[in-house]
Design a protein around this ligand. Structure first.
Ligand SMILES: [Fe+2]
Length: 309
């Protein structure tokens, strides 16, 4: 498949209660690479194997949570077309000028019915991953500090009206529905996993009364052993773990969920499978949500279902 249109998650901006504590956590414990700070006091990070300048931005605020979640699109023409398509669909869009985020081009921002701000952009400065472009080594020193995920992989957002959100992502932005969990009456979806690529999900949503909430940002590791090593590093640093290490039934991801010092949940994960756009959506019934969430224990975890930031 040629990847056109929306390519992948690009960046998320999240709020932390104490900036220095946040920097220490994301740089030294999670092991992201700090790439810049701006005049608004925001701090920029990327995963070591990502080439674009930033994928996670943190800023200090009075409450934790997510400001916006962005996708990188193929090019400027695609950005303009998707902006026009979103407006034709009836959504209001806003253009954020290039340079508002460090080393990032113009962004198209819009609010979806779950109360989240979603952005599209085409340009972000390539700073490389520290490896040569000719005859590269497989890893470098940045890949050894902290948990050191290779990429910002996906997000799970909680908010209302996910049926309307699904229509926007599938009918305007070119995503396809990979998996879903039915409502107890079986007539709608309580959770959806959407892909714009060959990944099992690029973004997911859970129906939730309060708008605009963050469930987690997810960071990809290369093996189950690295997920277990991430658990060791979390314990060494007394990072509070929500669930795991375990495997989801939904998406087959092998995972640990934990909280940053401000109460934003994050995930370190590996696995899943690789669907193409002709993949027939998998359905989970509400009564099997336990194994969908935690396959070995077949168990619902109250905090996972209710705690968001
Ligand atoms: Fe996840």
């Amino acid at each position: 498949m040629a990847l056109v249109g929306v390519m992948r998650p690009g960046h998320a901006q999240i709020r932390v209660l104490d900036l220095e504590e946040g920097i220490h956590f994301y740089r030294d414990v999670l092991g992201l690479v700090e790439t810049g700070r701006d005049t608004q006091g925001r701090v920029y990070f990327k995963c070591w194997d990502e080439r674009d300048h930033n994928s996670l931005i943190i800023r200090q605020a009075d409450r934790a949570g997510i400001d916006f979640f962005a996708f990188k699109v193929l090019d400027k023409a695609t950005l303009d077309k998707l902006d026009a398509d979103l407006r034709a669909y009836g959504l209001k869009t806003e253009r954020i000028p290039a340079g508002d985020l460090l080393e990032t081009g113009e962004r198209v921002r819009f609010e979806i019915p779950s109360g989240h701000l979603i952005e599209l952009y085409a340009d972000k400065t390539c700073v490389g991953n520290g490896l040569d472009m000719v005859n590269p080594r497989p890893w470098n020193a940045n890949s050894e500090r902290g948990i050191a995920p290779i990429r910002f992989d996906h997000g799970l957002l909680y908010g209302p009206n996910i049926a309307a959100v699904q229509k926007i992502f599938t009918e305007v932005l070119g995503f396809f529905l990979v998996e879903r969990v039915l409502t107890p009456d079986g007539k709608g979806n309580v959770a959806i996993w959407l892909s714009c690529s060959h990944k099992v999900h690029d973004i997911a949503f859970v129906e939730h009364a309060e708008p605009g909430k963050l469930h987690h940002c997810s960071f990809l590791l290369e093996s189950w052993e690295e997920v277990l090593r991430a658990g060791d590093i979390m314990s060494m640093n007394k990072v509070p773990i929500d669930i795991g290490p375990t495997r989801h039934g939904i998406t087959r991801g092998c995972t640990i969920y934990a909280w940053d010092p401000s109460g934003n949940r994050f995930e370190t994960y590996m696995g899943g499978y690789q669907p193409y756009p002709d993949y027939q959506t998998l359905t989970w019934t509400f009564d099997e949500l336990g194994p969908g969430l935690d396959y070995p224990q077949r168990k619902l975890h109250e905090t996972f279902l209710t705690v968001v930031s």
